[in-house]
Design a binder for this molecule. Structure first.
Ligand code: ADP
Ligand code: MG
Length: 354
């Protein structure tokens, strides 16, 4: 495998939890990201999926240097960018850009579309000399499917989908190599989501981009990802190629998430079983011992409280049994343990929600 364009090792972000107003005292930590490893190959799309609060945005912010990691490395073309500063950092930042979740709040309402998209050229004038900016911004509007004549309009004059196209144009302005898209379609109507995903897929080919595509729902990333990483409480619990994750999930959390994905085929829908997880996600200030998923897991045994499963290919590869072998942080990942009888399942109940 060629060297990945991005490689993340042991990434942590812990926020101090303080008490008191005048005399702040640290009483604990929010372990928002708690040991994350992954790599991204050039031209690839890695989907990162997990429920709200599991640390996805915090990972994204560290990748684009909006947050500084508590520990860990982020290697861009082999170089740890968490240690860079000044010019070197600026050069790298240009190549890793972010598309934000909410196109309603991430665009300054008092700036014109032209100024929003072209703002990055103030920091990187070498990319677009002053006299060339207007034309460049108009090209970008065209590339994302907006009328270049809209350059002087304001964000409120656009629909949600159009605003996200503006956000994408802004992300492309510096011709980055990597785009980190943090739930880019979550705030959009379902009917518009596919258009924006298709646009991103087309831009990926056109501009040779590598994507980190974040979503809280496995069905959204399915259309665009090559590989998927499933996050739970600040860690990746399972990762693999699309078909490994969607067809042979080995982590109970992934199995539960998948059971909630809509199935178009009526016959398959008839036989599907929705897994309702017990309880709520624990607080990242108080992560369970051993396997952090055990408090909601129907497969949990005593040993799950004492042994911490690592994200690794199971020791007895499932390939022996004809199933895909890929990293999964479950002590029972190697076992033939399809979700046979999770305690709280309902057959084909459209009202049951996890
Ligand atoms: P996601 O994007 O998956 O919904 P986030 O990365 O936004 O999750 O948040 C992960 C956890 O970290 C949450 O519990 C959140 O409340 C907490 N968190 C995020 N930012 C901060 C911060 N600046 N200070 C303290 N806690 C934070
Ligand atoms: Mg988020």
């Amino acid at each position: 495998m060629p060297e990945p364009i991005l490689e993340v090792r042991g990434l942590h972000k812990h926020y101090p939890l303080t008490r008191g107003i005048l005399f702040k005292k640290q009483v604990g930590a929010v372990r928002a990201v708690d040991g994350v490893d992954f790599e991204l190959a050039r031209g690839e799309t890695l989907g990162i999926v997990g429920e709200s609060g599991c640390g996805k945005s915090t990972v994204a912010k560290m990748l684009v240097n909006l947050e500084r990691p508590t520990a860990g490395e982020i290697r861009y073309k082999g170089e740890d960018i968490t240690r860079l500063s000044g010019k070197a950092l600026k050069a790298v930042r240009r190549n890793i850009q972010m598309v934000f979740q909410d196109p309603y709040t991430s665009l300054n309402p008092r700036m014109t579309v032209g100024d929003i998209i072209g703002e990055a050229y103030d920091i990187h004038p070498e990319v677009a000399p002053k006299g060339d900016r207007r034309r460049r911004v108009q090209d970008l509007l065209d590339v994302v499917g907006l009328n270049p004549e809209y350059i002087n309009r304001y964000p409120h004059q656009f629909s949600g989908g159009q605003r996200q196209r503006i956000g994408i144009a802004r992300g492309l302005a510096l011709r980055p190599e990597i785009i980190v898209a943090d739930e880019p379609v979550s705030a959009l109507d379902v009917s518009v989501q596919a258009q924006v995903i298709n646009l991103m897929a087309r831009l990926q080919d056109e501009f040779d981009l590598s994507y980190i595509f974040i979503a809280h729902d496995l069905s959204v990333v399915r259309h665009i990802s090559n590989r998927v990483a499933v996050m739970y409480l600040g860690r990746i619990v399972e990762t693999g190629r699309d078909e490994e994750i969607y067809d042979h999930p080995t982590h109970p959390y992934t199995q539960a998430l998948l059971s909630a994905v809509p199935v178009p085929d009526p016959e398959a829908r008839e036989h599907r079983r929705r897994i309702i997880l017990a309880g709520d996600v624990p607080s990242p200030t108080n992560i369970p011992s051993g396997c952090r998923f055990r408090t909601r897991c129907w497969k949990a045994q005593d040993r799950c409280a004492h042994e911490t499963p690592v994200l690794a290919v199971p020791a007895v590869p499932r390939s022996f049994t004809g199933l895909a072998a890929h990293p999964s942080a479950c002590l029972f990942a190697a076992e033939e343990n399809a979700p046979t009888n999770p305690p709280e399942t309902r057959l084909n109940d459209p009202l049951a929600r996890p």
